[in-house]
Write a protein that binds this ligand. Structure first.
Ligand code: C2E
Ligand code: CA
Ligand code: CA
Ligand code: CA
Length: 279
């Protein structure tokens, strides 16, 4: 009926206004979040599949805002990206991650690895590699212990700056990881054209390996292909022992997921390292 149509219309405009309102609020609050020290960098361990020992961590950003409460990265990172705020926020993550890496390399394992997510706009900055070099120098970090995780999104709009950044990063000895492998359209051609060191198989593939023979086959093929190309293969989103055993049988190199630990604040991560050192 006519009425129903009108109600549906009202519902959509209402929903759209609500979404826009929230987006604007996030954007506004995001502008002052760095200065107000509202971000915290969490760390999620990744383990050597064979030994189950923690060999590194991925830095994952958390944002707690007085007005909005805890906002998830899946919601605020895209807005930070669209507004360009990601450039300064991303630099902050690198600062904190490097300082933490240094600490854990001194106290725990000199080869402890830190993986950092880098978004397209950050990667497209022509000052990115200089900044990286300055931070490596400032914190006295061995380049080989740092890995930058990029998704296809970084390479989609491939231009001269992105290409030269990838080459320079590879030259300094910092590793480059293809995040969310398998979810994009062109992962294979990018693997051929760019100097990747690591493949991170997306958690949507790991999720069903114990029940879906097709997914198991795909993950096995990704691992074999990665090894054929001399890449380290990481499985993300490992949640169960059964998944772990399959990944071990498939000779996956590293694993990350709730089975080992969720992302933790620095102090809790250190407690975990201490516990492992005692075992
Ligand atoms: P991502 O890089 O793919 O990170 C993995 C996400 O999976 C994280 O979500 C992590 O908490 C979650 N996760 C880890 N283990 C499991 C598991 O066993 N099961 C399930 N279901 N999930 C698991 P998080 O921390 O909410 O981050 C979401 C996304 O936000 C990240 O996806 C990344 O794309 C982005 N992000 C987070 N921190 C940063 C950052 O510092 N810079 C940039 N540019 N992006 C970031
Ligand atoms: Ca990642
Ligand atoms: Ca991922
Ligand atoms: Ca993801």
């Amino acid at each position: 009926s006519k009425d129903r149509g009108r109600n549906t219309y009202n519902f959509y405009t209402h929903q759209m206004n609500h979404d826009m309102d929230r987006r604007l609020k996030i954007e506004e609050q995001l502008r002052s979040a760095l200065k107000q020290k509202e971000f915290e960098v969490y760390f999620q361990p990744f383990v050597d599949i064979k030994s189950r020992k923690i060999i590194g961590a991925e830095a994952l950003l958390r944002w707690n805002n007085a007005l909005l409460g805890q906002v998830t990265p899946d919601e605020f990172i895209p807005i930070a990206e669209q507004t360009g705020l990601i450039v300064s926020i991303g630099q902050y993550v690198i600062e904190v991650a490097f300082a933490t890496a240094k600490k854990w390399q001194q106290t725990y394992n000199p080869y402890f690895k830190i993986a950092i997510n880098v978004s397209p706009k950050q990667f497209r900055e022509n000052t990115f590699v200089d900044m990286l070099n300055i931070q490596l120098d400032k914190h006295q970090i061995h380049a080989s212990t740092i890995e930058l995780e990029i998704t296809e999104g970084v390479l989609l709009s491939s231009d001269a700056v992105i290409d030269s950044n990838l080459i320079s990063i590879n030259d300094i000895g910092v590793s480059i990881s293809m995040d969310d492998f398998g979810t994009g359209y062109s992962s294979l051609s990018y693997l051929r054209s760019y100097p990747f060191n690591t493949l991170k198989v997306d958690k949507s593939f790991i999720n069903d390996i114990t029940v879906d023979p097709g997914d198991l086959e795909l993950v096995g093929a990704a691992i074999a292909m990665g090894h054929g190309l001399n890449l380290t293969v990481v499985a993300e989103g490992v949640e169960t022992e059964e998944q772990y055993h399959l990944l071990n049988a498939l000779k996956c190199d590293y694993g990350q997921g709730y089975l080992f630990s969720k992302p933790l604040p620095q102090a809790a991560f250190e407690a975990l390292l201490l516990k492992q050192a005692k075992n």
